[in-house]
Design a protein around this ligand. Structure first.
Ligand code: F6R
Length: 600
């Protein structure tokens, strides 16, 4: 159950387990709609027997609503086989028809049950579980991590993967399978990554990997160096609050040790020919949600430092618009999990068009980290709360490092300018700490606003993606309508939304930056105030002019303009966290969401 709890970030609509016992009698299962706690209650009331091999699952519904019947595991072969599955079986329709024609009754709406019965019918035809899995994997289309146990083989679990992740944990007299190493990190730190279209059979003493035709595959184990304690709450009431407080370390760790003996910045894994990076004429950042906002922030800096045009594209839109990509395009895939299916598919599309792909990824060994030509890891540590916070800051930091790296390589900046930028970044973690230490006023204001129905967020330049991120946090945590706008866009339409007492957050740029930017945003503030808005202003310490325009002002330390998003977003994260908590919502697992969106 501990492992399942750590995997709840992938989905928490329902949960279930199946186990087999030494007497080969049957597969025992328990499954419940709702969070894992409901399954735990059910197991306390009706415990399962001690098992020799077990599989467990937390679900994020794709086919069929989150009900007990649709929860995994699903049984097949008269109850002899149990399966669990992540992903989407795209040819489940024809397979269901084919199996129904053989007289099989389906008890759920899921594509998983179809895969289970396919496996079950192959086992009943005389194949071993592993051979049946290989045969089933060849027939299934789409994305799957499929695991199964068989009552007549009580010391074995078999798994297969295509497009969804599967990792093996290598223990002593015990072995594990998980979608992520966090599933077994409390038991072993030795892990082995399964490749595309591979099948694994584990027993307590053996691990056998083959391709789907049974040819042996050799895979090297690696050591997982994530700190298990970092995955716990560390004294905070919620993972989200803890992760917000992890942000100084997340940025500092992402910056650490990036310069090699020659004073050059270095990537973590993979090699991209310097000649290729010198010849690129376009950068496309692909990502989703918060990671895409991080990309939007990084765009301002990368373009400014390298003079290479940067586009930021939502990964799920990218390949459907026939993007102009060539061998001179650098694609930067930004992803905390490295498992977001939309982003994975965009990476593959870009590579097919000849682009070089660099991943900015948090999860070690994840699919995007493995498939990209090179990786710059964000060292934020495990992010458990569904709403992304520390990964966002680490992604921006890594994007800046990439921009500085390219500016250095391509000769856009002199070495002393590069050093100055790195020094400015080095000062950020201490400034983030100051924002955290002075957050009491934003918490108080947030608690007083629990009954608001809509909140607007405005920003310009790098403050624009910050405004959109602030709105996203509020939507996903507090279920309040929130929208982020470019402050200059307001008068082109959205200002019609403003009425008496409408709360409007405004991210005000530094008065020491481009003077016009500061005064333009303050003009926008006046425009909304004139129409009755209640303005909540994020401003640089000492900016007394901004305070004059605010019902509430929240100060952040001064920083170079391009670095300010790393500070100004924090009050917005805390605002959403506090307001959602005041409403009594679960901020770590908001409704309808999953931490890793592993389906397209
Ligand atoms: C919002 C959030 C999501 C993710 C998005 C991409 O708080 O967490 O918008 O940023 O689903 O996920 P990754 O970064 O794992 O690719």
């Amino acid at each position: 159950m501990g492992g399942l709890a750590r995997l709840e970030y992938r989905g928490y609509d329902s949960a279930g387990i199946a186990l087999v016992t030494d007497d080969r009698s049957r597969v025992a299962t328990a499954k419940k709609a709702g969070k894992l706690a409901r399954l735990a209650e059910a197991l306390e009331e009706t415990p399962l027997p001690a098992g020799t091999a077990a599989i467990g699952h937390t679900r994020w519904a794709t086919h069929g609503p989150p009900t007990d019947a649709n929860a995994h595991p699903h049984l097949a072969a008269g109850g002899r086989i149990a399966v669990i599955h992540n992903g989407i079986i795209e040819n489940h329709g024809p397979l269901r028809d084919e199996l129904a024609a053989q007289g099989i009754d389906f008890l759920s709406d899921t594509d998983t049950e179809v895969a289970g019965h396919l496996l079950g019918s192959l086992v009943e035809s005389g194949l071993s579980l592993a051979d049946a899995m290989r045969s089933a994997a060849r027939r299934l289309e789409g994305a799957f991590t499929l695991l199964a146990v068989d009552a007549s083989d009580p010391h074995t679990v078999v798994g297969a993967r295509r497009n969804s992740p599967l990792v093996v944990g290598l223990g002593e007299g015990e072995n594990f399978l998980g979608s992520d190493v966090v599933a077994f990190i409390e038991h072993t730190r030795s892990a082995l990554e399964l490749g595309q279209d591979e099948v694994v059979e584990i027993t307590p003493d053996s691990v056998t990997v083959t391709d789907t035709h049974g040819n042996p595959v050799s895979r090297e184990p690696y050591h997982v160096d994530w700190d298990a304690a970092a995955a716990e709450k560390g004294g905070f009431a919620t993972f989200m609050d803890k992760e917000i407080h992890d942000q100084p370390a997340a940025v500092a760790d992402t910056l650490r040790g990036r310069v090699d003996d020659q004073g050059r910045l270095k990537l973590d894994e993979g090699i991209v020919d310097e000649y290729v990076l010198k010849s690129i004429d376009k950068i496309i950042v692909i990502a989703c949600g918060t990671a895409a906002y991080a990309g939007q922030v990084a765009r301002y800096a990368i373009e400014h430092w390298t003079r290479v045009p940067v586009e930021v594209e939502l990964a799920h839109e990218f390949r459907y618009r026939d993007p102009i990509v060539s061998v001179k395009t650098l694609v930067v895939a930004v992803s905390q999990s490295g498992e977001t299916m939309d982003t994975i598919m965009a990476v593959r599309h870009a590579q097919q068009q000849g682009a070089t792909v660099i991943g900015i990824v948090n999860a070690q060994g994840s699919t995007i980290a493995r498939e990209a030509d090179a990786v710059l890891y964000t060292r934020a540590g495990p992010e458990i709360a569904v709403a992304s916070t520390k990964a966002f800051l680490a992604q921006i930091t890594a994007g800046y490092l990439l921009g500085i790296y390219l500016a250095d390589l391509r000769g856009n900046k002199f070495p002393d300018e590069i050093d100055a930028l790195l020094r400015e970044l080095d000062e950020i973690p201490a400034k983030i700490q100051r924002v955290l230490d002075t957050a009491a006023p934003i918490r108080e204001v947030a608690r007083s606003m629990a009954d608001e129905r809509t909140v607007l967020f405005l920003g310009r330049h790098v403050g624009f993606p910050v405004a959109m991120e602030g709105a996203l946090k509020l939507k996903e945590l507090a279920y309040i309508h929130a929208e982020g706008f470019a402050a200059g866009e307001l008068k082109h339409g959205p200002i019609a939304l403003v009425e008496q007492d409408q709360p409007v957050f405004v991210v005000v740029p530094s008065p020491r930056g481009r003077e016009s930017l500061h005064s333009k945003v303050l003009s926008n503030v006046q425009e909304v105030r004139a129409r009755g808005a209640r303005t909540l202003v994020i401003a640089e310490e000492g900016d007394t002019v901004a305070a004059d325009h605010a019902a509430h002002v929240f100060y952040v330390p001064s920083a170079p303009v391009l670095m300010t998003p790393l500070l100004s977003v924090i009050p917005l994260q805390i605002f959403a966290l506090e307001l959602a908590s005041a409403k009594g919502y679960d901020v770590d697992q908001p409704r309808n969401l999953a931490k890793s969106v592993t389906v397209e």
